[in-house]
Every structure is written in structure tokens, then in C-alpha cells.
Design a binder for this molecule. Structure first.
Ligand SMILES: Cc1cc2nc3c(=O)[nH]c(=O)nc-3n(C[C@H](O)[C@H](O)[C@H](O)COP(=O)(O)OP(=O)(O)OC[C@H]3O[C@@H](n4cnc5c(N)ncnc54)[C@H](O)[C@@H]3O)c2cc1C
Length: 370
């Protein structure tokens, strides 16, 4: 008999991964309980592109008709455009002769798409609980996972399951390597009362709210700053508190801006600069041109990987990072940098080779015979 407190399988997360897993299990007669801390439709940052092959899976799930009815844009192909204006175009149905499940790709807002896919899981028999956040895993005497501890905001419950599927997005991947991540929704200061939240009404109410938050969580090991399209004053304040409290201050990039659809938008570097000013501390940048990511990739590849060649379109980022790990830096002129700018690169940014198309790559002495 089905119980409110247990299921054969608990799926954590109702995005595409969780909803399709729950759908597949439920249609095969498995008792599935899917938990998502959000209520659908919920927003999700995404470029919203679905390849023609994605339609095959969505058709299997019985979701494709609903997605097309919801007004999904039909995509004939893709144009990839570099910041310097160089572009190439690929069509899904063209002279190359390959035909996917459909001749068109689709694009639909994730609010709508994810809600439709989640409804298919429901229709297949999965029990879906929205507004329920999983706080922890339950373990039996042998340390095996046997359920979750979940909260609907009012009370916390233990829910038992033979199998727990983690489909809660990137956080799960980080958790798997032992890194705990605080959810943005749970950061202190993210639920201001209406008067404090209303822009331009009463800044004093926001100050009052932020300075009387009560029990603040302990200082984490690190604050990592990347591109946040939903940056708020409260998030800056919490990051400032943690950095001043001793957390490592790390950033993924210092990009000032990035080009989208013919205009520039502020890059992660803008947020990093704000926090550097607010804390008086300098962030450790782990992205290019610093060597950490390349060094880690080389470590993973192991000693048998042999000679390392980095191909990139930015002398200041790609070529400098290549040289900092002892790799050969090959500058390609199809992207950010044209041949004239490449010729002006100096010091660590001077490429070992300049190529004008990827075809030339395998004529380089380092890659001869590769
Ligand atoms: C800027 C950007 C652009 C992208 N563009 C594209 C694109 O064009 N095409 C494409 O195919 N992919 C794109 N992606 C990738 C795509 O968004 C992800 O691969 C996809 O959303 C992953 O699905 P998921 O179900 O694993 O996770 P998510 O969609 O992130 O869903 C995870 C769910 O878990 C829930 N959850 C999290 N923690 C808990 C918890 N503790 N308890 C309960 N519920 C929880 C969340 O509320 C969420 O609903 C893009 C991603 C980004 C960031």
C-alpha cells in the first residue's frame, strides 16, 4: 500500500532529469515520489534550445504535442557567431543527408517546458510534491541511504525509500565530490518584507531587515563568485559577511562584460569588483588566465597524455594560461582576435603558433602525426 511517508523510489528534483526519471519508473509500475523545493512553473536560466533529437524523447514521453501547442519556436538550424562578427550556420535538414527525429529543433521557455514534462511524470503515476526541499539523506545502520529528510517550510519529515535519485541539478554533482553548497533561496536576507523589498520606497526598511536577520548560518569555507544574473543587495551583503568572517574569496573569471545578441552585458568581474570594494580583499581567480583549470585537466589526463597544446582565441586568457602550465599556446584567428591583434601580443600572451582555421592545427610540429 502507498504511504505518505515512503516510496520505492524518491526522486529529488523535478527538472528534466528528475521528471523524466520519475516518468520512466512510474510507467513501469514503480511507486515514485518526486520532491521539488520549487513550485511549478518555476524559472530556470537556460538558452532554451532543444535539438531535433530531444523531440524524440519528448515524443516518447507524450510531451511533444503539449510543447508544440504551448507555442515552441521551430528552429531550422543554428548560427554560431563569434564576438568579432565571424559566423557560420548549420541547418538540421540540408544536403549533408543526415535526418534527425524531426527536421526542426524547438525552443520554449523553461517555465513552460519543465511544467509540461513534470506533468507527464504525474500522468504516468508518479506522486509529485512541490514546495518540498530535501535537507538531508537518511542512512540505515550500514550507512546505506534509506530516504530523505524533507521540509515543506512548516514541518520537517523523514521519508523512507529503497532508492533515492538525486536530480537536483549542479548542486548534486558538487555534493558527490564532497562540496556542500548553500541554496540561494536559503541565504539570509532573501525574503524581505514587502516594504523593504519595494524599490525606492524605504531603503531604511531594507537596512533594518538585513541588520536584524537573527541566527545567521556559520561562515562557509569559501565564497565563489561567478556570473549571477539574479544578483541582489542581500546576496552581496551575505557574501561580504562571509568573506570578512574568513571564507576564502574565489572567483571564476574577471570578465568585465560578455557579448549577447549584439550588445554587452555585465560579466562576473563586475560582481567580483563590487565585493572586492566591499571587503577590501582580492579574490583568487581560478579561471583563465590563471593556470588552475588547465593544471587540473592535465592532472586528470595523467602522465601518458604527453605534450599539451592549448588552442584558443584570446592571447590574454588562453595563451597566458597555456604558458603558465608549460603548454604550447596556439592562437586561432576565427574568434575574438584577428591576425593583426595576434601579431601585437606581448610577453606571456605571445602565441607559439597562430592558425587561421582548425585544419591547420595538425600541420603544427607539435601535432605532426597525431
Ligand atoms: C545559462 C544556461 C544556458 C543553458 N542553455 C541550454 C540550452 O540551450 N539547451 C539545453 O539543452 N540545456 C541548456 N542548459 C543546461 C540545462 O539548463 C540543464 O542541463 C538542465 O536544466 C539540467 O536539468 P536537471 O533536471 O538536471 O536540473 P534542473 O533543471 O536544474 O532541475 C533541478 C531541480 O531540482 C530542484 N532542487 C534543487 N535542490 C533541491 C532540494 N534540495 N530539494 C528539492 N528540490 C531541489 C530545483 O528546484 C530544480 O527544479 C543551460 C544552462 C544554463 C545555466
Amino acid at each position: 500500500m502507498r504511504s505518505e511517508q515512503s516510496a520505492d523510489v524518491i526522486v529529488v528534483g523535478g527538472g528534466p532529469a528528475g521528471a523524466s526519471t520519475a516518468w520512466a519508473l512510474a510507467r513501469n509500475g514503480v511507486d515514485v515520489l518526486l520532491l521539488d523545493r520549487a513550485r511549478f512553473p518555476r524559472p530556470k536560466p537556460c538558452a532554451e534550445y532543444l535539438s531535433p533529437q530531444a523531440s524524440r524523447i519528448l515524443a516518447d514521453m507524450g510531451a511533444l504535442e503539449g510543447i508544440e501547442r504551448a507555442g515552441a519556436a521551430q528552429l531550422a538550424g543554428m548560427t554560431v557567431r563569434a564576438p568579432n562578427g565571424v559566423a557560420f550556420e548549420g541547418r538540421f535538414a540540408a544536403a549533408h543527408g543526415f535526418r534527425g527525429f524531426r527536421d526542426r529543433g524547438l525552443a520554449l521557455r523553461r517555465e513552460t517546458l519543465d511544467a509540461i514534462v513534470l506533468d507527464r511524470a504525474r500522468a504516468a503515476g508518479a506522486r509529485v510534491a512541490e514546495g518540498v526541499a530535501v535537507r538531508d539523506l537518511l542512512r540505515d545502520a550500514h550507512r546505506r541511504v534509506c530516504g530523505v529528510r524533507a521540509s515543506d517550510g512548516e514541518r520537517e519529515r523523514a521519508l523512507a525509500a529503497r532508492v533515492v535519485v538525486g536530480a537536483d541539478g549542479l548542486r548534486r554533482e558538487l555534493g558527490a565530490v564532497g562540496i556542500g553548497v548553500r541554496a540561494a533561496a536559503e541565504l539570509p536576507g532573501t525574503r524581505p518584507p514587502a516594504r523593504a523589498a519595494a524599490d525606492g520606497v524605504d531603503p531604511g526598511a531594507m537596512t533594518e531587515y538585513l541588520t536584524h536577520l537573527g541566527d545567521l548560518p556559520p561562515i562557509p569555507d569559501a565564497v565563489i563568485v561567478g556570473l549571477d544574473l539574479h544578483l541582489t543587495y542581500a546576496k552581496l551583503a551575505e557574501a561580504q559577511r562571509c568573506i570578512l568572517g574568513g571564507a576564502e574569496f574565489i572567483c571564476t573569471t574577471r570578465d568585465h562584460a560578455y557579448p549577447v545578441e549584439g550588445r554587452l552585458l555585465p560579466g562576473a568581474g563586475a560582481t567580483v569588483a563590487a565585493l572586492e570594494v566591499a571587503t577590501g580583499k582580492r579574490a583568487l581567480c581560478i579561471g583563465k588566465p590563471e593556470p588552475y583549470l588547465f593544471a587540473e585537466a592535465i592532472r586528470w589526463a595523467g602522465p601518458e597524455a604527453g605534450k599539451v597544446v592549448v588552442v584558443g582565441d584570446s592571447p590574454d586568457y588562453d595563451i597566458v594560461a597555456a604558458h603558465r602550465v608549460g603548454a604550447t599556446g596556439v592562437l586561432i584567428t576565427t574568434g575574438l582576435t584577428d591576425a593583426a591583434v595576434a601579431a601585437g601580443a606581448k610577453g606571456e600572451a605571445t602565441p607559439d603558433h597562430v592558425i587561421h582555421s582548425l585544419d591547420e592545427l595538425f600541420s603544427l610540429p607539435e601535432l605532426a602525426g597525431a
